[in-house]
Design a binder for this molecule. Structure first.
Ligand code: NCD
Length: 318
């Protein structure tokens, strides 16, 4: 996939995954995103015409709130013509394949596609059928990847803790096994040289010990024992399907062992930050007090999402 997303000069052609992305490419995107920050949140006007005349389509085969709206806003803030396709109200309902849908929109002159899909590897597969010059951005595929979420998470950590991650202790907590966010963050944290990565959650919701995504991580299910000295706490959403699958006994039982409370947060490093990709189940992964407290960077992650998506769209289509 790395070969597919970089051209022979090492320039980004599609944004499919952070797995294997060279550190300089990652850092360059983060610096560009930081430079877009004020424009992204409406405080500055620079770059407003950078993609004027370029058509971008958000093509979502799965629901989304933050990712879709922030990609839309990012493309609009760059002056692109933005259209949106929602599988639940389109010909996908009549059985049209995703490839045909994509090719039809491409025939209308769309050059950038932001795609969310329930299948692992779907965006890379679709990248194999588009014309040269058409760019695909993965907005989350199956359990595999969510590169712009990984980038916005890294940008948030840089803003809070500085660009040198070598002394940082970062912990990812929750259903790591089914989380494309966790997988993506793990690739990015390793590429950026994070000092220590801890992965914690119920044993049946952690990837197998032989899964390369856990390489170099400290892994365990005892949240209380693993909190000591942690600088960044990345809490993951507990997906409702895990309850119906019987993987979690009850929300209360989950919260009691893996929920982040103010009391637990006091045991992390002083100045630790709390992150969550959203949507939050309040009272399950985090209490209201923590989600809305002074150590929460959750809404800053959302703001950074617009900046990162502006940077990614410009890197590919600019
Ligand atoms: C995540 C996703 O859909 O991958 N949300 C998001 O994009 N911010 C995480 C989740 O739904 O658990």
């Amino acid at each position: 996939m790395t070969a597919q997303q970089l051209d022979s000069n090492g320039r980004l052609r599609h944004l499919l995954t952070l797995e294997g992305m060279p550190r300089p490419v990652l850092e360059d995107l983060l610096e560009k995103a930081q430079a877009c920050h004020d424009s992204a949140i409406g405080r500055a006007q620079d770059g407003r015409q950078a993609l004027a005349g370029t058509a971008v389509c958000t093509l979502f085969f799965e629901p989304s709130t933050r990712t879709r709206s922030s990609f839309t806003l990012a493309a609009q803030r760059l002056g692109a013509d933005v259209m949106s396709f929602d599988a639940s109200t389109s010909s996908a309902k009549k059985g049209e394949t995703d490839t045909d849908t994509l090719r039809n929109l491409e025939a209308m002159g769309v050059r950038g596609f932001v795609i969310r899909h329930p299948d692992d590897g779907a965006v890379a597969r679709l990248a194999g059928v588009v014309q040269p010059g058409t760019c695909l951005l993965n907005a989350g595929d199956g359990r595999s990847g969510h590169p712009t979420q990984g980038l916005l998470d890294m940008l948030t950590i840089r803003q809070a803790k500085g660009a040198d991650f070598s002394a940082l202790k970062v912990m990812i907590v929750g259903d790591v096994k089914h989380s494309r966010v966790a997988r993506t963050d793990l690739h990015a944290l390793r590429a950026l040289g994070a000092g220590e990565i801890r992965v914690c959650g119920p044993a049946n919701l952690l990837p197998g010990a032989d899964d390369p995504v856990l390489a170099g991580c400290t892994v365990g299910d005892d949240f209380d024992a693993m909190l000591d000295g942690v600088d960044v706490l990345m809490m993951l959403r507990l997906q409702h399907e895990r309850m119906s699958e019987g993987l979690v006994p009850s929300l209360e039982a989950y919260h009691a062992r893996w929920g982040l409370t103010a009391e637990r947060l006091r045991r992390a490093a002083s100045g630790a930050i709390v992150m969550h990709p959203g949507p939050i189940n309040r009272g399950v992964e985090v209490t209201d007090e923590v989600a809305d407290g002074s150590q929460s960077w959750i809404l800053r992650q959302v703001a950074n999402g617009v900046a990162v998506r502006m940077a990614a769209l410009q890197a590919l289509l600019g």
